[in-house]
Design a protein around this ligand. Structure first.
Ligand code: 13P
Ligand code: SF4
Length: 311
């Protein structure tokens, strides 16, 4: 079957919007109406005026789209597409942790379940975390969850001392400086760009640290010709589309390949997208109260992002 043709046909017939994250395989990125980072995808979902959003990403992203646009049917092609960061922060454990710090506000990364969002004061993404934290007075005590690497990075950037939940992304946390330095030795003229979910020692040797959109903007506008990319392999597709005359090398997660794939993001396939749109399932379902409570901290994030013109 020509999945591309059939998906486009169904998309038109069902008034659907296809949103994809940069970590999706190339053909899914190519068929999407919009490809972006978590912040831009949530902004798109909030403003979408369609009957169906087909979300080619992971569960917390589709859930966020549903929270922001509850009357729209939100489809996630594979419900197993989770996230190690969201999984690292179970609701009951987090509430017990939060109760130990009653005078702290909670800033949660968007890579969390809706349940965690209901007990958060504001949400952030890797694209706006510094500005979100800076929106609080300097003396405000803050819990940051669940990514200890992103939280540590924001602490260093803002001079804060936020209490960090001990979660990590299994895709970024395993990258090593050794793997980067090996690539650098072979390509001394290459610059290093890194996602803030990487460990501190990697962020310290990076020429640029930012969200997936931030990395793309940097490599498109910067003058170097070669980049060592410390994030997930999928982003190379847009990097090459944006800058076809440059060379990009992803930092390998182990010696057996030159890739670094998120196993959850890569569960989505063109076939699964086709069946999701055809059968209008699996769809994200949530109770009204969770939607209401989880929406407030996300909307607060969107307002702060708008104020700072972060898109
Ligand atoms: P971005 O918001 O930077 O795209 O990151 C999402 C993510 O899951 C990174 O691992
Ligand atoms: Fe989660 Fe990491 Fe995959 Fe992003 S790359 S979805 S943070 S497991």
């Amino acid at each position: 079957m020509d999945y591309k043709k059939e998906i486009l046909k169904l998309k038109k017939a069902k008034n659907a919007l296809i949103l994809a994250h940069y970590y999706q395989v190339d053909e899914i990125q190519d068929i999407a109406d919009f490809v972006g980072d978590s912040l831009a995808l949530s902004q798109k979902a909030a403003n979408a005026d369609v009957d169906i959003i087909l979300f080619a990403g992971v569960h917390f992203m589709a859930e966020t789209a549903k929270i922001l646009n509850p009357d729209t049917k939100v489809l996630l092609p594979d419900m197993e597409a989770g996230c190690s960061l969201a999984d690292s922060c179970p609701y009951d454990d987090f509430v017990a942790f939060k109760n130990k710090y009653p005078d702290h506000v909670v800033v949660s990364y968007i890579n969390t379940t809706a349940a965690i969002k209901t007990v958060s004061d504001v949400i952030c993404t890797s694209g706006n975390a510094v500005q979100i934290v800076e929106s609080f007075p300097k003396n405000q005590k803050i819990i940051f969850a669940p990514d200890r690497n992103l939280g540590g990075y924001v602490n260093r950037m803002t001079g804060r001392n936020m209490v960090l939940w001990n979660g990590t992304c299994e895709v970024h946390d395993i990258l090593t400086t050794e793997a980067i330095l090996k690539l650098k030795e072979e390509n001394p003229d290459a610059k290093v760009v890194a996602h803030p979910e990487c460990q501190q020692q990697i962020l310290e040797i990076a020429d640029y640290v930012g969200s997936t959109t931030g990395l793309l903007n940097f490599t498109r506008t910067d003058s170097a010709k070669k980049y060592i990319v410390a994030t997930e392999s999928g982003i190379l597709h847009q990097m090459y589309l944006d800058s076809p005359d440059k060379k990009f090398m992803v930092v390998p997660s182990d010696e057996s390949c030159s890739c670094n794939d998120c196993p959850y993001m890569k569960l989505n396939t063109m076939e699964k997208l086709y069946f999701a749109l055809k059968n209008e399932k699996p769809a994200i379902t949530m109770d009204k109260q969770t939607i209401e409570l989880a929406r407030r901290p996300i909307e607060r994030m969107l307002e702060i992002s708008k104020k700072h013109k972060i898109i």
